[in-house]
Ligand binder design. Structure first.
Ligand SMILES: *Cc1c(COP(=O)(O)O)cnc(C)c1O
Length: 399
Protein backbone atom coordinates (compact mmCIF):
# COMPACT_ATOMS: atom_id res chain seq x y z
CA UNK A 1 0.00 0.00 0.00
CA UNK A 2 1.37 3.37 -1.01
CA UNK A 3 1.15 6.26 1.41
CA UNK A 4 1.90 9.94 0.98
CA UNK A 5 1.84 10.89 4.66
CA UNK A 6 4.63 13.17 5.82
CA UNK A 7 5.80 13.99 2.32
CA UNK A 8 7.18 17.42 3.15
CA UNK A 9 8.91 19.29 0.34
CA UNK A 10 12.61 19.61 1.08
CA UNK A 11 12.78 23.19 -0.12
CA UNK A 12 9.79 25.49 -0.20
CA UNK A 13 10.01 28.84 -1.94
CA UNK A 14 9.81 31.66 0.60
CA UNK A 15 6.35 32.70 1.77
CA UNK A 16 6.63 36.14 0.18
CA UNK A 17 7.51 34.61 -3.21
CA UNK A 18 4.46 32.34 -3.15
CA UNK A 19 2.15 35.20 -2.24
CA UNK A 20 3.67 37.46 -4.91
CA UNK A 21 3.24 34.78 -7.58
CA UNK A 22 -0.42 34.23 -6.70
CA UNK A 23 -1.10 37.94 -6.46
CA UNK A 24 0.41 38.48 -9.92
CA UNK A 25 -1.84 35.94 -11.62
CA UNK A 26 -4.89 35.21 -9.48
CA UNK A 27 -8.31 36.10 -10.87
CA UNK A 28 -8.62 38.54 -8.01
CA UNK A 29 -12.07 37.15 -7.19
CA UNK A 30 -11.11 35.80 -3.78
CA UNK A 31 -10.32 37.71 -0.61
CA UNK A 32 -7.24 35.91 0.69
CA UNK A 33 -5.55 35.89 4.05
CA UNK A 34 -1.77 36.28 3.78
CA UNK A 35 -1.13 32.75 4.91
CA UNK A 36 0.34 29.99 2.74
CA UNK A 37 -1.09 26.61 3.73
CA UNK A 38 1.16 23.80 2.58
CA UNK A 39 0.28 20.66 4.51
CA UNK A 40 -2.45 19.02 6.55
CA UNK A 41 -3.10 15.99 8.72
CA UNK A 42 -6.41 15.25 10.39
CA UNK A 43 -7.78 18.57 11.65
CA UNK A 44 -4.38 20.29 11.64
CA UNK A 45 -2.89 22.37 8.83
CA UNK A 46 0.56 23.91 8.64
CA UNK A 47 1.64 27.13 6.96
CA UNK A 48 4.81 27.71 4.97
CA UNK A 49 6.59 28.93 8.11
CA UNK A 50 5.83 25.65 9.88
CA UNK A 51 3.16 27.07 12.16
CA UNK A 52 0.30 24.67 13.03
CA UNK A 53 -3.38 25.63 13.10
CA UNK A 54 -6.54 23.83 14.14
CA UNK A 55 -8.45 23.89 10.87
CA UNK A 56 -12.05 25.01 11.36
CA UNK A 57 -12.34 26.03 7.71
CA UNK A 58 -12.18 22.38 6.66
CA UNK A 59 -11.95 23.12 2.95
CA UNK A 60 -15.23 25.03 3.38
CA UNK A 61 -16.94 21.71 3.95
CA UNK A 62 -14.95 19.47 1.64
CA UNK A 63 -12.61 18.09 4.33
CA UNK A 64 -15.03 16.23 6.65
CA UNK A 65 -12.69 13.25 6.56
CA UNK A 66 -9.66 15.29 7.59
CA UNK A 67 -6.46 16.02 5.74
CA UNK A 68 -3.98 13.43 4.52
CA UNK A 69 -6.25 10.39 4.79
CA UNK A 70 -4.07 7.46 3.70
CA UNK A 71 -6.91 5.25 2.46
CA UNK A 72 -8.08 7.96 0.04
CA UNK A 73 -4.50 8.70 -1.01
CA UNK A 74 -3.82 5.04 -1.71
CA UNK A 75 -7.08 4.56 -3.62
CA UNK A 76 -6.30 7.61 -5.77
CA UNK A 77 -2.75 6.53 -6.53
CA UNK A 78 -3.87 3.02 -7.38
CA UNK A 79 -6.74 4.17 -9.62
CA UNK A 80 -4.56 6.78 -11.34
CA UNK A 81 -2.26 3.97 -12.43
CA UNK A 82 -5.15 1.71 -13.45
CA UNK A 83 -7.67 3.96 -15.23
CA UNK A 84 -8.34 7.65 -14.62
CA UNK A 85 -10.63 8.49 -17.54
CA UNK A 86 -13.73 6.59 -18.58
CA UNK A 87 -16.85 8.54 -19.48
CA UNK A 88 -20.39 7.24 -19.07
CA UNK A 89 -20.27 6.13 -22.68
CA UNK A 90 -19.09 2.89 -21.00
CA UNK A 91 -19.69 1.01 -17.80
CA UNK A 92 -16.91 1.02 -15.21
CA UNK A 93 -16.13 -1.16 -12.19
CA UNK A 94 -15.34 1.71 -9.81
CA UNK A 95 -18.44 3.69 -10.81
CA UNK A 96 -20.68 0.66 -10.31
CA UNK A 97 -19.12 0.10 -6.90
CA UNK A 98 -19.74 3.73 -5.90
CA UNK A 99 -23.40 3.54 -6.97
CA UNK A 100 -23.70 0.53 -4.68
CA UNK A 101 -22.05 2.33 -1.76
CA UNK A 102 -24.28 5.39 -2.22
CA UNK A 103 -27.40 3.21 -2.43
CA UNK A 104 -26.43 1.83 0.97
CA UNK A 105 -26.40 5.23 2.70
CA UNK A 106 -29.07 7.22 0.82
CA UNK A 107 -32.80 7.09 1.57
CA UNK A 108 -34.17 4.08 -0.29
CA UNK A 109 -36.48 6.21 -2.43
CA UNK A 110 -33.50 8.05 -3.96
CA UNK A 111 -32.65 5.12 -6.14
CA UNK A 112 -30.82 6.87 -8.97
CA UNK A 113 -27.74 9.09 -9.03
CA UNK A 114 -26.24 11.54 -11.53
CA UNK A 115 -22.55 12.11 -10.85
CA UNK A 116 -20.98 15.48 -11.54
CA UNK A 117 -18.07 17.56 -10.28
CA UNK A 118 -19.17 20.30 -7.89
CA UNK A 119 -21.99 21.59 -5.74
CA UNK A 120 -23.25 24.18 -8.15
CA UNK A 121 -23.41 21.52 -10.87
CA UNK A 122 -25.46 19.25 -8.62
CA UNK A 123 -27.94 22.10 -8.07
CA UNK A 124 -27.88 23.05 -11.75
CA UNK A 125 -28.77 19.49 -12.76
CA UNK A 126 -31.44 19.11 -10.08
CA UNK A 127 -33.17 22.27 -11.33
CA UNK A 128 -33.05 21.02 -14.92
CA UNK A 129 -34.39 17.60 -13.92
CA UNK A 130 -37.24 19.24 -12.01
CA UNK A 131 -38.25 21.39 -14.96
CA UNK A 132 -38.02 18.45 -17.35
CA UNK A 133 -40.02 16.14 -15.08
CA UNK A 134 -42.82 18.60 -14.26
CA UNK A 135 -42.83 20.64 -17.47
CA UNK A 136 -43.26 23.67 -15.22
CA UNK A 137 -40.99 26.73 -15.09
CA UNK A 138 -41.16 27.91 -11.48
CA UNK A 139 -38.57 27.44 -8.74
CA UNK A 140 -39.10 28.58 -5.17
CA UNK A 141 -35.98 29.11 -3.05
CA UNK A 142 -35.36 30.83 0.28
CA UNK A 143 -33.99 34.16 1.38
CA UNK A 144 -30.39 33.81 2.62
CA UNK A 145 -30.19 30.49 0.72
CA UNK A 146 -26.96 29.54 -1.04
CA UNK A 147 -26.88 27.02 -3.88
CA UNK A 148 -23.83 27.95 -5.95
CA UNK A 149 -22.81 30.55 -8.51
CA UNK A 150 -23.40 29.20 -12.02
CA UNK A 151 -26.37 30.86 -13.74
CA UNK A 152 -29.07 28.37 -12.77
CA UNK A 153 -27.86 27.75 -9.24
CA UNK A 154 -27.19 31.48 -8.83
CA UNK A 155 -30.82 32.14 -9.70
CA UNK A 156 -31.72 30.06 -6.62
CA UNK A 157 -29.02 31.68 -4.48
CA UNK A 158 -30.32 34.72 -2.66
CA UNK A 159 -27.37 37.05 -1.96
CA UNK A 160 -27.64 40.28 -3.98
CA UNK A 161 -23.84 40.63 -3.71
CA UNK A 162 -23.54 37.47 -5.85
CA UNK A 163 -26.45 38.15 -8.22
CA UNK A 164 -26.65 41.81 -9.03
CA UNK A 165 -23.77 42.03 -11.51
CA UNK A 166 -24.95 39.11 -13.62
CA UNK A 167 -28.54 39.67 -14.57
CA UNK A 168 -30.76 38.84 -16.22
CA UNK A 169 -30.72 35.54 -14.34
CA UNK A 170 -32.88 32.52 -15.18
CA UNK A 171 -36.56 33.50 -15.16
CA UNK A 172 -39.13 31.80 -12.95
CA UNK A 173 -37.32 31.96 -9.60
CA UNK A 174 -38.83 33.37 -6.40
CA UNK A 175 -37.47 33.62 -2.85
CA UNK A 176 -39.58 33.16 0.27
CA UNK A 177 -38.54 34.07 3.83
CA UNK A 178 -36.68 31.16 5.46
CA UNK A 179 -38.46 29.49 8.38
CA UNK A 180 -41.76 31.29 7.70
CA UNK A 181 -44.10 28.39 6.81
CA UNK A 182 -46.99 30.81 6.29
CA UNK A 183 -45.17 32.31 3.28
CA UNK A 184 -45.15 29.01 1.36
CA UNK A 185 -48.83 28.66 0.49
CA UNK A 186 -48.83 31.61 -1.93
CA UNK A 187 -45.42 30.76 -3.41
CA UNK A 188 -45.77 27.05 -4.28
CA UNK A 189 -48.35 26.86 -7.07
CA UNK A 190 -49.37 24.70 -10.04
CA UNK A 191 -46.56 26.42 -12.00
CA UNK A 192 -43.88 25.43 -9.48
CA UNK A 193 -41.41 22.82 -10.72
CA UNK A 194 -39.51 22.67 -7.42
CA UNK A 195 -38.89 24.07 -3.99
CA UNK A 196 -35.17 24.05 -3.08
CA UNK A 197 -33.80 24.43 0.44
CA UNK A 198 -30.81 23.82 2.70
CA UNK A 199 -31.70 22.09 5.99
CA UNK A 200 -29.11 24.29 7.66
CA UNK A 201 -28.29 27.43 5.73
CA UNK A 202 -24.49 27.44 5.65
CA UNK A 203 -23.21 30.47 3.76
CA UNK A 204 -26.33 32.36 4.82
CA UNK A 205 -25.28 32.41 8.48
CA UNK A 206 -25.53 28.86 9.93
CA UNK A 207 -29.32 28.83 10.35
CA UNK A 208 -31.04 25.48 10.95
CA UNK A 209 -34.44 25.12 9.30
CA UNK A 210 -37.37 24.46 11.61
CA UNK A 211 -39.27 21.17 11.33
CA UNK A 212 -42.48 23.15 10.72
CA UNK A 213 -40.99 24.97 7.72
CA UNK A 214 -39.64 21.80 6.10
CA UNK A 215 -42.81 19.79 6.82
CA UNK A 216 -45.04 22.49 5.37
CA UNK A 217 -42.86 22.84 2.25
CA UNK A 218 -42.89 19.07 1.71
CA UNK A 219 -46.65 18.93 2.23
CA UNK A 220 -47.37 21.72 -0.26
CA UNK A 221 -45.00 20.23 -2.84
CA UNK A 222 -46.83 16.89 -2.64
CA UNK A 223 -50.24 18.54 -2.75
CA UNK A 224 -49.42 20.75 -5.75
CA UNK A 225 -47.22 18.41 -7.77
CA UNK A 226 -43.97 20.34 -7.24
CA UNK A 227 -40.73 18.51 -6.54
CA UNK A 228 -38.87 18.90 -3.27
CA UNK A 229 -35.11 19.49 -3.64
CA UNK A 230 -32.86 19.36 -0.58
CA UNK A 231 -29.38 20.85 -0.98
CA UNK A 232 -27.06 18.94 1.36
CA UNK A 233 -23.87 20.05 -0.36
CA UNK A 234 -22.63 21.48 2.96
CA UNK A 235 -24.68 19.51 5.51
CA UNK A 236 -24.02 16.08 3.98
CA UNK A 237 -21.62 13.29 4.89
CA UNK A 238 -21.81 13.39 8.66
CA UNK A 239 -21.47 17.13 9.17
CA UNK A 240 -24.63 17.64 11.21
CA UNK A 241 -24.36 14.44 13.31
CA UNK A 242 -26.12 12.07 10.91
CA UNK A 243 -24.92 10.96 7.49
CA UNK A 244 -27.43 13.41 5.99
CA UNK A 245 -29.34 16.11 7.86
CA UNK A 246 -32.46 14.66 6.21
CA UNK A 247 -32.49 11.91 8.81
CA UNK A 248 -33.07 14.48 11.57
CA UNK A 249 -35.90 16.17 9.69
CA UNK A 250 -37.68 12.98 8.64
CA UNK A 251 -38.28 14.16 5.08
CA UNK A 252 -37.68 12.29 1.85
CA UNK A 253 -36.97 14.73 -0.98
CA UNK A 254 -37.44 13.96 -4.66
CA UNK A 255 -33.94 15.26 -5.40
CA UNK A 256 -30.91 15.54 -3.13
CA UNK A 257 -27.85 17.63 -4.07
CA UNK A 258 -24.47 16.47 -2.77
CA UNK A 259 -20.84 17.50 -3.26
CA UNK A 260 -18.10 18.95 -1.01
CA UNK A 261 -17.01 16.00 1.19
CA UNK A 262 -18.37 13.19 -0.98
CA UNK A 263 -14.94 12.14 -2.27
CA UNK A 264 -12.60 12.99 0.60
CA UNK A 265 -11.51 16.32 -0.90
CA UNK A 266 -11.45 15.30 -4.55
CA UNK A 267 -13.91 17.36 -6.65
CA UNK A 268 -17.18 15.49 -7.11
CA UNK A 269 -20.87 16.21 -6.93
CA UNK A 270 -23.99 14.08 -7.14
CA UNK A 271 -27.73 14.37 -7.60
CA UNK A 272 -29.69 11.53 -6.02
CA UNK A 273 -33.26 11.33 -7.23
CA UNK A 274 -36.42 9.30 -6.96
CA UNK A 275 -38.73 7.62 -9.46
CA UNK A 276 -40.82 10.83 -9.38
CA UNK A 277 -38.37 12.28 -11.90
CA UNK A 278 -39.28 9.64 -14.47
CA UNK A 279 -37.12 8.89 -17.47
CA UNK A 280 -35.03 11.82 -18.64
CA UNK A 281 -34.38 11.96 -22.40
CA UNK A 282 -31.00 10.48 -23.35
CA UNK A 283 -28.19 13.05 -23.62
CA UNK A 284 -30.41 15.89 -22.35
CA UNK A 285 -27.86 16.35 -19.56
CA UNK A 286 -24.28 15.11 -19.19
CA UNK A 287 -20.75 16.03 -18.12
CA UNK A 288 -17.42 14.70 -19.36
CA UNK A 289 -15.84 14.20 -15.94
CA UNK A 290 -19.01 12.89 -14.27
CA UNK A 291 -18.43 9.52 -12.66
CA UNK A 292 -14.77 9.34 -13.66
CA UNK A 293 -13.01 6.36 -12.06
CA UNK A 294 -10.49 8.54 -10.21
CA UNK A 295 -13.14 10.50 -8.32
CA UNK A 296 -15.22 7.35 -7.84
CA UNK A 297 -12.27 5.52 -6.28
CA UNK A 298 -11.68 8.47 -3.93
CA UNK A 299 -15.37 8.56 -2.98
CA UNK A 300 -15.51 4.81 -2.28
CA UNK A 301 -12.46 5.11 -0.01
CA UNK A 302 -13.78 8.28 1.67
CA UNK A 303 -17.22 6.83 2.36
CA UNK A 304 -15.60 3.68 3.70
CA UNK A 305 -13.46 5.74 6.08
CA UNK A 306 -16.46 7.81 7.21
CA UNK A 307 -18.22 4.59 8.19
CA UNK A 308 -15.14 3.02 9.79
CA UNK A 309 -14.48 6.14 11.87
CA UNK A 310 -18.22 6.71 12.56
CA UNK A 311 -17.87 10.37 11.65
CA UNK A 312 -21.56 11.22 12.19
CA UNK A 313 -21.10 10.24 15.83
CA UNK A 314 -17.93 12.34 16.10
CA UNK A 315 -19.86 15.27 14.66
CA UNK A 316 -22.56 14.81 17.32
CA UNK A 317 -20.11 14.48 20.21
CA UNK A 318 -17.55 17.10 19.20
CA UNK A 319 -20.38 19.33 17.96
CA UNK A 320 -22.00 19.25 21.40
CA UNK A 321 -18.65 19.99 23.04
CA UNK A 322 -18.02 22.91 20.69
CA UNK A 323 -21.52 24.37 20.89
CA UNK A 324 -21.75 24.02 24.68
CA UNK A 325 -18.30 25.57 25.08
CA UNK A 326 -19.10 28.49 22.80
CA UNK A 327 -22.40 29.13 24.61
CA UNK A 328 -20.49 29.26 27.91
CA UNK A 329 -18.30 32.13 26.68
CA UNK A 330 -19.51 35.33 28.31
CA UNK A 331 -19.06 38.19 25.88
CA UNK A 332 -21.05 41.33 25.09
CA UNK A 333 -19.98 40.92 21.47
CA UNK A 334 -21.89 37.65 20.96
CA UNK A 335 -25.53 37.68 19.91
CA UNK A 336 -26.21 33.97 19.45
CA UNK A 337 -24.59 30.54 18.99
CA UNK A 338 -26.34 28.31 16.43
CA UNK A 339 -25.64 25.02 14.76
CA UNK A 340 -26.26 21.35 14.13
CA UNK A 341 -23.46 18.88 14.82
CA UNK A 342 -20.17 20.36 13.65
CA UNK A 343 -21.74 23.08 11.51
CA UNK A 344 -21.54 25.85 14.10
CA UNK A 345 -21.92 29.61 13.90
CA UNK A 346 -21.42 32.42 16.40
CA UNK A 347 -23.39 35.49 15.41
CA UNK A 348 -21.71 38.67 16.61
CA UNK A 349 -23.11 42.15 17.12
CA UNK A 350 -20.30 43.37 14.86
CA UNK A 351 -18.49 42.42 11.65
CA UNK A 352 -16.80 39.04 12.08
CA UNK A 353 -13.48 40.10 10.49
CA UNK A 354 -11.69 41.09 13.69
CA UNK A 355 -12.71 37.90 15.49
CA UNK A 356 -11.54 35.74 12.57
CA UNK A 357 -8.16 37.49 12.59
CA UNK A 358 -7.86 37.12 16.38
CA UNK A 359 -8.67 33.40 16.09
CA UNK A 360 -5.97 33.01 13.45
CA UNK A 361 -3.46 34.72 15.75
CA UNK A 362 -4.47 32.16 18.40
CA UNK A 363 -3.80 29.27 15.98
CA UNK A 364 -7.36 28.57 14.83
CA UNK A 365 -8.60 29.05 11.26
CA UNK A 366 -12.34 29.70 10.99
CA UNK A 367 -14.51 31.26 8.30
CA UNK A 368 -17.29 33.76 7.97
CA UNK A 369 -20.92 33.12 7.03
CA UNK A 370 -22.35 36.46 6.06
CA UNK A 371 -20.88 39.63 7.56
CA UNK A 372 -21.41 38.98 11.29
CA UNK A 373 -21.14 35.21 11.77
CA UNK A 374 -18.00 33.25 12.69
CA UNK A 375 -18.44 29.75 11.25
CA UNK A 376 -16.66 26.62 12.51
CA UNK A 377 -16.52 23.82 9.92
CA UNK A 378 -13.70 21.55 11.16
CA UNK A 379 -12.91 18.10 9.80
CA UNK A 380 -15.11 15.64 11.71
CA UNK A 381 -11.97 13.84 12.91
CA UNK A 382 -11.19 16.81 15.18
CA UNK A 383 -10.22 15.53 18.64
CA UNK A 384 -11.66 16.59 22.00
CA UNK A 385 -8.30 18.24 22.81
CA UNK A 386 -8.41 20.21 19.60
CA UNK A 387 -11.97 21.37 20.33
CA UNK A 388 -10.72 22.54 23.75
CA UNK A 389 -8.00 24.51 21.99
CA UNK A 390 -10.59 26.05 19.66
CA UNK A 391 -12.67 27.02 22.69
CA UNK A 392 -9.72 28.59 24.52
CA UNK A 393 -8.81 30.57 21.38
CA UNK A 394 -12.44 31.59 20.90
CA UNK A 395 -12.75 32.80 24.50
CA UNK A 396 -9.80 35.13 23.85
CA UNK A 397 -10.85 36.16 20.34
CA UNK A 398 -14.44 36.92 21.36
CA UNK A 399 -13.70 38.52 24.75
C1 LIG B 1 -20.81 25.22 -1.34
C2 LIG B 1 -22.26 25.05 -1.63
C3 LIG B 1 -22.75 24.96 -2.94
C4 LIG B 1 -21.85 25.15 -4.15
O1 LIG B 1 -20.87 24.19 -4.23
P1 LIG B 1 -19.59 24.46 -5.17
O2 LIG B 1 -18.88 23.14 -5.19
O3 LIG B 1 -18.81 25.57 -4.54
O4 LIG B 1 -20.11 24.84 -6.50
C5 LIG B 1 -24.09 24.72 -3.13
N1 LIG B 1 -24.92 24.58 -2.09
C6 LIG B 1 -24.50 24.66 -0.82
C7 LIG B 1 -25.46 24.46 0.30
C8 LIG B 1 -23.15 24.92 -0.54
O5 LIG B 1 -22.75 25.03 0.73
Amino acid sequence: MTTVRGARRPENPPTSGIIAMEDAHTSGLYTKRSLVITRGEGATVWDSEGRAYVDCVGGQGSANLGHGNTAVAAALADQARTLASCTELFYNDRRAELYGVLAGILPRSLERVFLCNSGTEAVEGALKFARAATKRPGVVATMRGFHGKTMGALSATWGPEYRDLFGPLVPGFAHVPFNKPESLDAAITKDTAAFIVELVQGEGGVRPATREFIDEAARLCRQRGALFIVDEVQTGFGRTGTMFALEQYGVEPDLLCLAKSIAGGVPMGAIAFSAAIGDLPKRSHSTTFGGNPLACAAAIAALGEMARLDLPRSARERGRQLQDGLRAIRSDRVREVRGLGLLVGVELKENAGAALKALQDEGVLALGAGPTVVRYLPPLVITADQVDRVLAASAKALA
